[in-house]
Design a protein around this ligand. Structure first.
Ligand SMILES: [Zn+2]
Length: 687
C-alpha cells in the first residue's frame, strides 16, 4: 500500500502526547498530593492525562447520587497548566451497589457459574441494566465535559475482553445465529456439520455457547461464538458511545487494545479488524518484558515492531500508545526494571512505527491493592529526583522536539496477512501439533527479515486492499474463504508476488474442509497440490535443500504434487526425500511461492533476500548497520524522519549516506555514527 505523505492527525493535538492514566479519585483525601501532582506533571514534561477509567464508585457512590465536582476541579487544574484530558467512560469496573441490586450485570463463565462482584471486566455485555447504566453515565459525562477546552479524546471503557455465558447472552447468541443463517436451522446444521456425534439441532433453543461441561468440539459453533463475542462487545461499545457521538461529534473516540504478553503476540480474544472500524483512533497498551531471560533484546524489539505495524495498518494511520510502563509492571512472572536508556529507546520505537503518543499506566503509583508496585511516573517517594522520573522527563523533553513527526506515516511495498478468525480456527483444529501451531509467532518469523533490513511492512487483514503491494506474505492461512482465495488470485494475476506456506487453504469460513483436495484456484495460482502434511515430534528434524545449502526443518512438512511450478527447494529426508518443498509458479502477470515446511530463521533471510532483490524492495532511508539495530522511518511531504535504534547491549556503528539533522540535538550528521548500548537517534533528512 502506498499511502500519501500527507499528515493524518488522529487527534486534534499537533504535538506528541505524553502522560497517561491518572487516578486522582484514589487521592481525594490527600489534597496535598493532588497539588504536588500539578508541579510534577510539568517537571516530567507530561501534557495529557487519561481520567476516570476506574472512577465509577467515586462518580456515583450510590445509585443516582452523582458527584462530578472533584472531576470538574481536576480537569480545570490540568487545563490551568496547559494539559489535555483523555476522558474515560468508567464501564471497565462498576460499583458494588450495582452488582448487589442488579445481579444480571454479573458475568457467567463458560462453566455456567455466575461470578461474584469483584475484579474488573466482570460484567455481561448483553445486560439491559448494564447498558442502561453505562449509557446514562456516559451521557452525563458528555453533557458536562463535552465542551471543555481540555477534552482531547474519549477513552471508551478499558481493555475490553472476556465473554459472558448467561441466559441473556445465550438468547443474544441465538438471535445472532438466526440473522447469520437467515432463520434457516438446516443451513446452520449443515455449516456446523450437524450429524457428527448426532449434533443436529431441531430447535434454535437447543443451541448453547461452547462449554467445558457441554460442547466445545463443534468447530463451526466455536468459531461463530468467537465472532459473536466480538460483535456483542462492539454492540456494547456502540451503546456506550451513542450519546457521546451525538453530543461531541468532533471529539475522537478510542478504546485501548492489548497484546498477549509472554510471547508478545496480538491480543487473541477479540477480532480487532472488526473493532477498528468503530474507532477513530487505534490505541494500544504495550508491556514487552524487556531484558527477559529467554530472548535477545533485538528479538523482542522485532515482535513489538510486528504488533505496531499490525495496529497501525488497521486504519493505515498513526496510532496512540495508550499505556506503557516507565519501568517494571506488577503482573509479569518477574517484574524487572527497565535498564537505563531502555525507557527512551522503547518509547521511541513506538513513535518510530507510528505512535503519536507515549502514555503510561500509571501516572502516579497507587498506594494499595494490586497495582501498588506497577511502574509509574511518580513513585511512592513523591520525588522528581529518582532515576525513573528522570528517564520519563527525558522522554517528555524528546517528544517536545518531535511535533513535526505527529500525523506522519510511511508507505510499504510489503504486506503480511494476519487474520484473527484464522487463528481461532487453527487453535480449535484438533490435528497437527497441539503445541506447535504458533500462527502469530510464525508470522513474526516471516516479518523478521524485513525488520532486520529496515524494509517497511504493513501487517494487514483479509478485507484490506492488497493491490498496492508488491509482495504479500500469507503464512498458515488455514481458514481461507472462497472470497479470500479469489482476492489472492486476483492479486497475483495483476502482477503481485505472493508467498504462502504449509497449512493454508484447508477450511472455508464455516471451518469446513474443502472437498476434492486443494482449492482449484490455489492449484492454478501455485501450480502445485499439497497432498499430505507431516507433523513432526519436537525432537524430529528434517531439512530442505535450497539455493545450494541445507536448512533445518521442524514441526511441519507438506508433501507437494507438482503441476506447473518450478521446484526451488526439496526435502532431504524421510519418505518424501527429494520431493518439492519450496516452489515458484508464474501465474498471469504475477508470481506465487509456496513454502512447504517450517524452516529455520536463516532460510527466511536467504529466501526473502532473493525477493528483496528481485522486487527492488528497499528501506525508505538507507542506513548501513549491523544486527540488532533497527531504522524505522516516518515521512511527510518535505522530510523523512529516521529513528535509528540500537537494540543491543554493545556499541554499534551505523553509516548515514546523506546529510541529516538530529532532531533532538540539532547537530548536522553524516557518515559514521556511534550508537551506545540502547541509544536512539532521531534524524530528519530532506525527502
Ligand atoms: Zn451475559
Amino acid at each position: 500500500m502506498m499511502p500519501t505523505n500527507e499528515k493524518t492527525y488522529t487527534t486534534a493535538a499537533r504535538f506528541m502526547l505524553h502522560g497517561g492514566d491518572y487516578n486522582p479519585d484514589q487521592w481525594l483525601d490527600h489534597p496535598e498530593i493532588l497539588a504536588e501532582d500539578l508541579k510534577l506533571m510539568k517537571l516530567s514534561g507530561s501534557n495529557t492525562f487519561s481520567l476516570g477509567i476506574f472512577a465509577w464508585s467515586t462518580l456515583e457512590p450510590e445509585e443516582g447520587q452523582f458527584h462530578f465536582e472533584w472531576l470538574d476541579s481536576i480537569i480545570d487544574n490540568i487545563a490551568s497548566i496547559g494539559g489535555r484530558v483523555i476522558l474515560a467512560t468508567p464501564s471497565g469496573a462498576r460499583p458494588a451497589w450495582m452488582s448487589q441490586k442488579y445481579p444480571e450485570v454479573l458475568r457467567v463463565n463458560e462453566s455456567r457459574v455466575q461470578q461474584l462482584h469483584g475484579g474488573r471486566h466482570n460484567h455481561c455485555f448483553t445486560s439491559p441494566v448494564y447498558r442502561e447504566k453505562t449509557a446514562k453515565m456516559n451521557r452525563m459525562l458528555a453533557e458536562r465535559y463535552g465542551k471543555h477546552p481540555a477534552l482531547l479524546m474519549w477513552h471508551i471503557s478499558n481493555e475490553y475482553g472476556g465473554e459472558c455465558h448467561c441466559d441473556k447472552c445465550q438468547d443474544a447468541f441465538r438471535s445472532w445465529l438466526k440473522v447469520k443463517y437467515a432463520d434457516d436451522l438446516k443451513a446452520l446444521n449443515d455449516s456446523w456439520w450437524g450429524p457428527f456425534w448426532s449434533h443436529t439441532f431441531s430447535d434454535w433453543s437447543q443451541i448453547e455457547s461452547p462449554s467445558p461441561i457441554g460442547e466445545n468440539m463443534v468447530h463451526g459453533l466455536n468459531l461463530d461464538w468467537k465472532r459473536f463475542v466480538t460483535d456483542q462487545t462492539i454492540s456494547f461499545f456502540e451503546n456506550e458511545v451513542t450519546a457521546i457521538k451525538e453530543l461531541t461529534p468532533d471529539i475522537p473516540i478510542t478504546t485501548n487494545f492489548m497484546a498477549d504478553t509472554h510471547d508478545l503476540i496480538p491480543f487473541q480474544s477479540l477480532d480487532y479488524s472488526k473493532f477498528a472500524k468503530h474507532l477513530d483512533v487505534i490505541s494500544w497498551d504495550a508491556y514487552p518484558a524487556w531484558h527477559n531471560d529467554w530472548e535477545t533484546t533485538a528479538n523482542l524489539a522485532m515482535k513489538v515492531g510486528f504488533i505496531n505495524d499490525l495496529y497501525r495498518s488497521l486504519k493505515q494511520q498513526p496510532f496512540l500508545l495508550m499505556e506503557s510502563t516507565p519501568s517494571a509492571v506488577n503482573w509479569h512472572k518477574v517484574n524487572k526494571a527497565k535498564r537505563p536508556g531502555m525507557h527512551l529507546l522503547s518509547s521511541m520505537q513506538m513513535v518510530a512505527h507510528g505512535s503519536d503518543s507515549i502514555l503510561y499506566f500509571q501516572w502516579r503509583k497507587s498506594r494499595g491493592s494490586s497495582e501498588k508496585f506497577h511502574g509509574a511516573v511518580v513513585d511512592h517517594d513523591n520525588s522528581a529526583e529518582n532515576r525513573v522520573f528522570k528517564e520519563v522527563s527525558k522522554v517528555g523533553e524528546t517528544l517536545g522536539k518531535l511535533s513535526q513527526v505527529v500525523g506522519t506515516n510511511r508507505p510499504a511495498d510489503v504486506a503480511i496477512l494476519y487474520d484473527w478468525e484464522n487463528n481461532w480456527a487453527l487453535d480449535h483444529a484438533q490435528g497437527y501439533g497441539s503445541e506447535t501451531k504458533s500462527y502469530p509467532q510464525t508470522l513474526q518469523e516471516h516479518y523478521r527479515t524485513f525488520w532486520e533490513q529496515d524494509i517497511p511492512v504493513d501487517v494487514i487483514t483479509k478485507e484490506q486492499d492488497f493491490s498496492g503491494y508488491k509482495l504479500l506474505v500469507v503464512p498458515m492461512l488455514y481458514l481461507a474463504s472462497e472470497r479470500t482465495i479469489a482476492r489472492l488470485k486476483r492479486f497475483v494475476a495483476d502482477g503481485g508476488t505472493v508467498v504462502m506456506t504449509y497449512i493454508s487453504g484447508i477450511v472455508n469460513e464455516y471451518d469446513l474442509t474443502y472437498l476434492g483436495g486443494w482449492h482449484q484456484d490455489l492449484r492454478d495460482v501455485f501450480g502445485i497440490n499439497p497432498v499430505e502434511t507431516d507433523t513432526l515430534y519436537p525432537s524430529d528434524r528434517n531439512a530442505v535443500h535450497y539455493g545450494g545449502r541445507s536448512y533445518e526443518l521442524t514441526d511441519y512438512a507438506t508433501v507437494l504434487e507438482n503441476h506447473s511450478a518450478d521446484v526451488v527447494g526439496t526435502y532431504e529426508q524421510d519418505f518424501y526425500a527429494e520431493t518439492p518443498a519450496v516452489t515458484s509458479n508464474r501465474y498471469e502477470k504475477g508470481e506465487a511461492y509456496y513454502i512447504g515446511g517450517r524452516l529455520e530463521e536463516q532460510f527466511h533471510r536467504d529466501f526473502y533476500q532473493g525477493l528483496i532483490r528481485e522486487l527492488s524492495l528497499q528501506p525508505v532511508f538507507p542506513i548501513a548497520h549491523g544486527p540488532g539495530v533497527s531504522v524505522q522511518v516516518r515521512q511527510d511531504a518535505a522530510q523523512d524522519y529516521a529513528f535509528v535504534m540500537n537494540f543491543t547491549e554493545q556499541e554499534q556503528t551505523v553509516s548515514i549516506d546523506a546529510k541529516a539533522k538530529d532532531l533532538v540535538t540539532g547537530e548536522d550528521l553524516s557518515g559514521e555514527l556511534a550508537l551506545a548500548k540502547y541509544e536512539v537517534r532521531i534524524l530528519a533528512v530532506n525527502g
